[in-house]
Design a protein around this ligand. Structure first.
Ligand code: ASP
Length: 573
């Protein structure tokens, strides 16, 4: 009796509707973003010295006394300036009369991008001087007082021209880059989508948001992990590549429905769609099958999708791994356009091809082909994308930029040949993935042929999520790790033990949040949707990280650095 009432009370409390506030005016993209996704209007000027934001003022504010804080975007002929905050731009008239000489001095002398506070009256612009391109274009501010809150030195680049600057410069001055409209939009849209995801998972479907450790131990297989030295000689932590083991252990612990906006770490080179540290929407459920996870994710994306984009249509189509490889030459096909790979082997086998004969009958005519042993589909897949790029540079629109084409890819093989030694096996997803129920017998005869219960979610040719139904039987897990993958099971003894103590059947998925937001915002790189990303080479160019550490600080960790140049020098002696 005690448990259900405690639980329902908790949830009633958590899902109590938040007080509605009213704010009659909308203008900037951010406002419409908030309006569309939250259907509640937040109070932007509570607790602070301003009365309004720059971007919110309209004719309905005429005559109001306002206090605004913002950055000087530009100034024209010492007569007016444009003030900017996160919400938009507003025109401020610099007073010219003698009595306001000190206000004029502040506003005329403060360099562009200085931050100022102004108070004054909202007035209408003189007839004919309205600016229909500006949401605040019907009004301007007649300033009475002004204060320079902080002056700005000469900038390394103009904020509005930030995209034209090199990415290295943008990353070096990231705090300035963040002032740009595009970065503001991307980060705010990301925040809104995550908020909606939390709402959907916790309030609508009873998930529990649980943090898991980021100091952990090495996991066999999978991506390279970052190591963190400990004070015990020769012992290291690892930064987890995902909370995979913890989320499974939470299921053993009866938490039943877990989710986390989880920071993950992989020590792999950066690519346009990868970062050494990145964020996943990490999910795990007990007593679920593949279709349950798929429906949950379809609902999650539909619920959190920004309303200014075309709505997400569910259910998403599904193709098997074998089908996508044969049709698109890749396991993450861009299904926004056709140009599928067609198997014409039968045509060659059964008919005489006229154009081949024609070609051959011409003087010096030959027909040549390249045979790619055991290849042909993934290369064709690349060729398909190259052709699409080429056609698009010539003006053929193949991939509608407003279209979001989702696809589930299922029935992956459980194992793939190891890249460095094709005679050994590695997990196609990770070693905790359950085999396909109809292929379990193959594990003991032809493991290479066994399919798995692994599913990937693909959006416009990008893998944005992946997961699986897990092995919850300790014996099967031990067999796969030790016998098939030749891993050291001692490293996973905690997990194997847990599976032996009544682990429920469970499964889950992780969505790559950075990649997803990158696609939703149409950004060229995931770095454009992360506030402080690492450079292509994994460096933080703003703070110069990673950085060296003096030898005495390394002593407690029993570590000595031998730089490549030192060992060269040693060899030379
Ligand atoms: N942990 C997996 C990954 O990061 C996702 C999952 O299987 O849930 O890819």
């Amino acid at each position: 009796m005690y448990f259900p009432s405690w639980l329902s009370q908790l949830y009633r409390g958590l899902s109590r509707p938040i007080r509605r506030t009213t704010q009659p005016i909308w203008g900037s993209l951010y406002r419409s973003l908030l309006q569309s996704s939250q259907r509640r209007i937040p109070e932007f000027s509570s607790f602070v010295v301003r009365t309004n934001t720059c971007g919110e003022l309209r004719s309905s504010h005429l005559g109001q006394e306002v206090t605004l804080c913002g950055w000087i975007q530009y100034r024209r002929q010492n007569t007016f300036l444009v003030l900017r905050d996160f919400d938009g731009l507003v025109q401020v008239i610099i007073p010219q009369d003698e009595s306001a000489a000190s206000v004029k001095k502040i506003l005329c002398e403060a360099p562009v991008e200085s931050v100022v506070q102004v108070s004054g009256t909202v007035i209408s612009r003189p007839a004919g001087q309205e600016n229909p391109k500006m949401p605040t274009g019907e009004i301007e501010i007649k300033v009475k007082t002004a204060e320079l809150l902080n002056a700005c030195k000469k900038l390394p680049f103009e904020i509005k021209n930030f995209v034209k600057k090199t990415e290295a410069l943008r990353l070096q001055y990231r705090y300035l880059d963040l002032r740009s409209f595009q970065m503001q939009y991307n980060l705010r849209l990301r925040s809104q989508m995550v908020m909606k995801m939390r709402e959907y998972l916790c309030n609508l479907h009873g998930f529990v948001d649980i943090e898991t450790p980021t100091l952990f131990k090495r996991t066999p297989g999978g991506a390279k992990e970052f190591l963190v030295p400990s004070r015990e000689p020769g012992k290291f932590y690892s930064l987890p590549q995902s909370p995979q083991q913890f989320k499974q252990l939470l299921m053993v612990g009866g938490l039943d429905r877990y989710f986390q906006v989880a920071r993950c770490y992989r020590d792999e080179g950066s690519r346009p769609d990868r970062q050494p540290e990145f964020t996943q929407i990490d999910i795990e459920m007990s007593f679920v099958d593949q279709t349950g996870i798929q429906s949950l994710i379809e609902g999650l994306l539909q619920y959190s999708w920004p309303n200014d984009k075309d709505p997400v249509v569910v259910p998403f189509p599904t193709m098997t791994f074998a089908e996508v490889l044969a049709t698109y030459g890749t396991d993450k096909p861009d299904t926004r356009f056709g140009m599928k790979i067609i198997d014409i082997s039968d045509v060659f086998r059964n008919t005489e091809i006229g154009f081949l004969q024609d070609a051959l009958s011409k003087p010096h005519g030959t027909v040549k082909a390249i045979c790619i042993p055991e290849g042909a589909c993934s290369l064709l897949g690349k060729l398909r994308l190259e052709c699409a790029d080429l056609l698009e540079t010539r003006g053929v629109v193949l991939r509608d930029p407003t279209l979001f084409s989702f696809l589930w890819v299922v029935d992956f093989p459980l194992f793939l040949p190891k890249e460095e030694n094709p005679r050994e096996l590695e997990s196609a997803h990770h070693p905790f993935t359950a085999p396909h129920p109809s292929d379990i017998h193959l594990l003991y005869t032809e493991p290479k042929k066994a399919r798995s219960q692994h599913y990937d979610l693909v959006l416009n040719g990008n893998e944005i999520g992946g997961g699986s139904i897990r092995i919850h039987n300790a014996e099967l897990q031990r067999y796969i790790l030790a016998t098939l993958l030749k891993e050291d099971v001692k490293m996973l003894s905690h997990l194997l033990q847990a599976l032996d103590y009544g682990a429920p059947p469970h499964g889950g998925i992780a969505l790559g949040l950075d990649r997803l937001i990158c696609l939703v915002t149409g950004s060229p790189s995931i770095r454009d949707v992360i506030a402080f990303p690492k450079s292509f080479r994994g460096h933080d160019l703003m703070s110069n990280t990673p950085d060296s550490v003096p030898p005495e600080e390394l002593k407690p960790y029993h570590i000595r650095v031998s730089k490549p140049t030192d060992s060269k020098a040693e060899r030379a002696h």
